[in-house]
Design a binder for this molecule. Structure first.
Ligand code: ADP
Length: 226
């Protein structure tokens, strides 16, 4: 489903963020990307999202070569991958409902479908009663649930999460992980960069460890530390 072949990423200024990355992620997998700060985790995610281009190598998504920038392909990628960030990135002048609906509107979805699907997905993340609140009226954990709802509302086959529990207290972090686990169990592939050792050690899944831009470990049911 996602395949990286011989990926190297050198940023302007000469920083080598990734080198010799060969990686295959299959449909339905749950993958943690771990490694210390600066190891290349965010860069790896940005390459898959087409926010950055590799300096060399190839990237395939669902069998399609997405290596070269091609604006016609960007909507396809946006549809195929939902994204969740550490800092939520919600629109503060829009309600919970509107934040989620907006993700469908920008893809040009039918308003009838939007009115049907947004309440469904809000129910799924446990926020149907808070649909008319604004993000600032919610806790960190609730804001992250809104951002997860927004990420899955278009039913993407892949969900990428960059430190999704980083701004959430431990109790709510567990709830966020249960939600991601539930989403994964329904078939969505999840790739999650994290520093949360307790979570990785509790919910054991595939662990890919980066260090200085290379993969130093790839284990099926790994722990945070080797
Ligand atoms: P991580 O997410 O594991 O903390 P990053 O992928 O953010 O690691 O960073 C990997 C390396 O690339 C670091 O040395 C970082 O300073 C560098 N880097 C990241 N983004 C840029 C950029 N836009 N320009 C130059 N260097 C960058």
């Amino acid at each position: 489903m996602i395949k990286l072949i011989g990926i190297e990423k050198i940023y302007e200024g000469g920083v080598k963020a990734l080198s010799d990355i060969n990686l295959q992620i299959r449909k339905g997998e749950f993958v943690y990307i771990v490694g210390s700060s600066g190891a290349g985790k965010s860069t790896l995610i940005k390459l898959i999202l087409k926010e950055e281009d590799p300096s060399s190598g190839e990237i395939y998504l669902n069998g399609n070569d997405i290596t070269d920038v091609n604006n016609r392909r960007i909507p396809y990628i946006r549809r195929s991958i939902g994204v969740v960030f550490q800092d939520f990135r919600l629109l503060h002048n829009k309600t919970v409902y509107e934040n989620v609906a907006f993700a469908m509107e920008i893809l040009g979805e039918d308003s009838k479908l939007i009115r049907k699907r947004v309440p469904e997905v809000l129910r799924r993340v446990g926020l149907n009663r808070k649909a008319s609140r604004f993000p600032d009226q919610l806790s960190g954990g609730e804001q992250q649930r809104v951002s997860i709802a927004r990420a899955i509302v278009n039913n993407p086959p892949v969900l990428m999460a960059d430190e999704p529990t980083g701004n959430v207290d431990p109790e709510n972090a567990l709830g966020i992980m249960e939600l991601l686990d539930d989403i994964n169990s329904r078939g969505t592939t999840i790739i999650m960069a994290t520093h949360a050792k307790d979570i990785v050690d509790k919910l054991r899944r595939r662990v890919i460890e980066l260090s200085k831009g290379i993969i130093i470990r790839d284990e099926k049911r790994g722990r945070y530390d080797e």
